[in-house]
Ligand binder design. Structure first.
Ligand code: NAD
Length: 507
């Protein structure tokens, strides 16, 4: 008997498998071969996609290069570029349901969260459109009587965009509209596990009037598609979101051509819970932070660091809330935790838990895969693991599943040391009613984002990214936009030439 809140399969007919093709130079292109995606929750083929080979990637990069160099996008006015991006935002909102269902079927995430992801992405497009008209540089009018210096910003050129499976539409929208706003042309490769929402985005781009060749999409695997996109000499920048392991491979592969590399990688994000915090709100945020997107989230708060005086009561409350989290069929409107992306990943999550138990950790709740009635076994129970020590793999590595680990501390210094004792530095959080405690933690935490009395709030205006092995560069916000721009200095002699000639002609 399981005392969790489980949603059995709902009776619904699934759409026909989505047929995905490459988008090259404005044309939809079939692949010589195809690959299938089987839904992690419904164990049925939900998409059949063209499988990219080297020739297809070469064609996509050549199209992006031609479009960039011809200036059909890079040299038109920012006003015109912004108008296209705003149309895309409207089209996204008109297509939320279709895209969200496909996203849920391919990823296993709950439909309510897919709808939020797709609908929310429209705002990223609108914000990027507003930034398109801000690419001004600066001028230097104090360099001397006959000199004027102007610093301008240029689009960086052809950009490779490689995305993961956990937020395919959102992460694409953290990159693509900003690259397009800057005037870049792009080649996009979505994850082989969730290719379809990127193809749907391609359909919307065409409908919005984006010129042919400006955005090209190649479907397929890291080898050879991602690899060619990382090494090709006609690509000026690569922006990648995915695992730290692949991020390192891309950095190595791209070094021959010294292209710019922006990386959004993994995290092992802590929330520190002080005794003076609003503990009811903190427990709710911890529950959300670990189970949102089935825990397969770069920003998952996969470790909590709780003051030892309140640890027992706090963990008991999180366990109580975790039992009420509705998990099961991702197509059920009320489901909060859906399926795990692959059977291999489910086994990997379980291995972390079982190894921790062998090393002395205690499973407070869950602790294993579970079948959902009418749907199979690719689900992992909401799990809370206590008695964890900082050296255990479960406390250090990215588990990427609905598994919370609990560490305890005595002093703020100790909590900060535990926070920073990680190869990662994506995000961190603190719960306290003392502003001094919150500020001290925020200033000393090694992380790209620090949340205070909240978790995982994000806005298009605020830069996002990590330190240490969580990545390099920033996305969204003005800082994210600037990543797609090069700075060029124009040095001009104007008016009467007051120079002393370098060569004395004696004339
Ligand atoms: P992954 O690294 O396995 O794959 C990501 C993408 O890289 C896929 O499209 C894949 O096909 C491609 N790829 C694989 N090998 C490649 C190669 N040699 N060259 C070029 N491309 C290659 O990651 P994943 O499993 O899809 O996603 C999960 C990971 O992503 C987690 O580690 C998570 O933390 C991270 N992530 C980070 C952020 C962030 O913003 N920091 C956001 C979401 C996910």
């Amino acid at each position: 008997m399981n005392d969790m809140t489980i949603n059995a399969a709902i009776k619904t007919s699934l759409p026909a498998a989505f047929q995905g093709r490459h988008l090259i130079d404005g044309e939809w292109v079939d692949g010589a071969e195809t690959f299938e995606r089987v839904s992690p929750s419904h164990d049925t083929v939900v998409s059949v996609s063209a499988k990219g080979d080297e020739a297809v990637v070469e064609a996509a990069i050549a199209a992006a290069r031609r479009a960039f160099d011809a200036g059909i996008w890079s040299r038109i006015s920012a006003k015109e570029r912004a108008a296209v991006l705003l149309k895309v935002a409207d089209l996204i909102e008109a297509n939320i349901e279709r895209i969200a269902i496909q996203e849920t079927l391919e990823s296993g995430k709950p439909i309510s969260q897919s709808r939020g992801e797709v609908g929310g992405a429209a705002d990223l497009w609108r914000y990027a459109a507003s930034l398109a008209r801000t690419s001004h540089g600066d001028s230097h009018n104090s360099l001397g009587e006959d000199m004027l210096g102007v610093v301008v910003k240029d689009p960086i050129g052809v950009v490779s965009i490689i995305t993961p499976w956990n937020f395919p539409f959102w992460i694409l929208s953290q990159k693509l509209p900003f690259a397009l706003a800057a005037g870049c042309t792009v080649v996009v490769k979505p994850s082989e596990m969730t290719p379809s929402s990127t193809v749907m985005m391609g359909e919307l781009l065409i409908e919005a009037g984006l010129p042919a060749g400006v955005c090209n999409i190649v479907l397929g695997y890291g080898q050879p598609v991602g690899s060619v996109m990382s090494t090709h000499r006609d690509v000026d920048m690569i922006t990648f979101t995915g695992s730290t392991t692949v991020g390192k491979l891309i950095t190595q592969a791209s070094s021959d051509t010294l292209k710019k590399v922006a990386l959004e990688l993994g995290g092992k994000n802590p929330q520190v819970i002080m005794p003076d915090a609003d503990l009811e709100n903190a427990a709710d945020a911890v529950t959300f932070g670990i189970y949102f997107n089935v825990g397969q989230c770069c920003n998952s708060s996969s470790r909590i660091i709780v003051h030892e005086n309140i640890a027992e009561a706090f963990v008991a409350r999180v366990v109580e809330l975790s039992r009420q989290v509705k998990f099961g069929d991702p197509l059920d409107e009320s489901t909060q935790v859906g399926a795990i992306v692959t059977a291999e990943h489910n086994a990997k999550i379980d291995a972390y838990v079982q190894n921790a138990v062998k090393d002395g950790a205690k499973v407070e709740l869950g602790g294993g895969p579970l079948s959902v009635e009418g749907l199979g076994r690719q689900f992992y129970q909401p799990t809370v693991v206590s008695n964890v020590t900082p050296d255990m793999a479960i406390a250090r590595e990215e588990v990427f599943g609905p598994v919370l680990t609990v560490l305890t501390f005595k002093t703020l210094d100790e909590a900060i040391a535990l926070t920073n004792d990680s190869d990662y530095g994506l995000s961190a959080g603190i719960w306290s009613n003392d502003i001094h405690t919150c500020l001290e933690f925020s200033r000393r935490a090694h992380a790209g984002t620090v949340w205070t009395n909240t978790w995982m709030d994000g806005y298009p205006e605020l830069a996002f990214g990590g330190v240490k092995q969580s990545g390099q560069g920033r996305e969204i916000g003005k800082y994210g936009y600037d990543e797609f721009l090069e700075v060029k200095s124009l040095v001009m002699r104007v008016g009467r030439d007051s120079r002393t000639p370098w060569v004395e002609t004696g004339a």
